[in-house]
Design a protein. Structure first.
Length: 198
C-alpha cells in the first residue's frame, strides 16, 4: 500500500497493471504459508496494503476472512476486476480497529510511510490484533529515506531498527527471512520479512 504520499500513490495508480504482472503473492510462498499456519482456518486477516490483491485472494480462497485495504484506487480496481475483492481505499492512519484481527499482513507496504510515522502505524496494528494475533511486515533493507528512480517514497530499515520498533510497539518477534527481489523500477533490492505476534 502506498501511504499518504501523493507522488507515490500517483506512480502506483499509473503503473498498477505493470505492478500486478510482477507476480508476488501466490498463497503458496514459504513466508505466506508460515503466516497462515499460525492462524486458525476461518480467522480474520487484514491485508494492509494489498496492491493488486493476489495475496488477499489466495488467503480468502484458503478459507480465511480477509479485509483488504490499499491507498491506490487503481490497485483496488484491479483487485476487484481480477479477484472479485472488495478493497477499501485507505491510508495506514485510517486503521481504527481494536482487537478484531487474527493476523495482519503488511507486505512491502509500510516502507512507503515516513519513518517518523512508523511507530504510530505499528501501534495501530498492535491495537487492531486480537491477543497473540500474528503480524507480518516486510521492507527493503538499508538506511534513511529517499525516492526511487520512478518517484516512489521509501523508508529503509536495518534488522535491528525494525525489530526495535516492533518491540517498542508491544510485539514479540518470532521469525525473520531475508532475500532480494527485482521491483517495479527494475532494480534488485535486499529485503527483510519479520513475523511477530501481539
Amino acid at each position: 500500500m502506498v501511504g499518504a504520499d501523493a507522488k507515490t500513490r500517483a506512480v502506483y495508480d499509473a503503473r498498477a497493471a505493470d505492478y500486478a504482472k510482477l507476480g508476488r503473492g501466490t498463497g503458496a510462498e514459504p513466508i505466506e504459508l508460515a503466516f497462515l499456519a499460525r492462524i486458525k482456518r476461518g480467522g480474520r486477516i487484514l491485508d494492509w496494503g494489498c496492491g493488486p490483491g493476489r495475496t488477499a485472494a489466495a488467503m480468502r480462497d484458503a478459507g480465511y476472512l480477509v479485509d483488504a485495504t490499499d491507498a491506490s484506487p487503481e490497485m483496488a480496481r484491479i483487485a476487484k476486476e481480477t479477484f472479485g475483492l472488495e478493497v477499501t481505499v485507505a491510508t495506514f492512519d485510517a486503521l481504527e480497529a481494536e482487537g478484531i484481527y487474527d493476523g495482519i499482513w503488511a507486505s512491502f507496504s509500510l516502507l512507503h510511510a515516513p519513518k517518523a510515522e512508523m511507530p504510530g502505524h505499528l501501534a495501530r496494528a498492535h491495537r487492531a490484533l486480537a491477543p497473540r494475533g500474528q503480524f507480518h511486515v516486510s521492507v527493503k533493507m538499508g538506511t534513511g529515506e529517499t525516492r526511487d528512480s520512478i518517484g516512489r517514497f521509501y523508508a529503509y530499515y536495518t534488522d535491528a531498527e525494525l525489530t526495535g520498533l516492533l518491540e517498542a510497539a508491544g510485539f514479540t518477534v518470532t521469525l525473520r527471512d531475508f532475500g532480494a527481489t527485482t521491483g517495479l523500477d527494475g532494480s534488485q533490492a535486499p529485503w527483510i520479512a519479520i513475523a511477530a505476534h501481539a
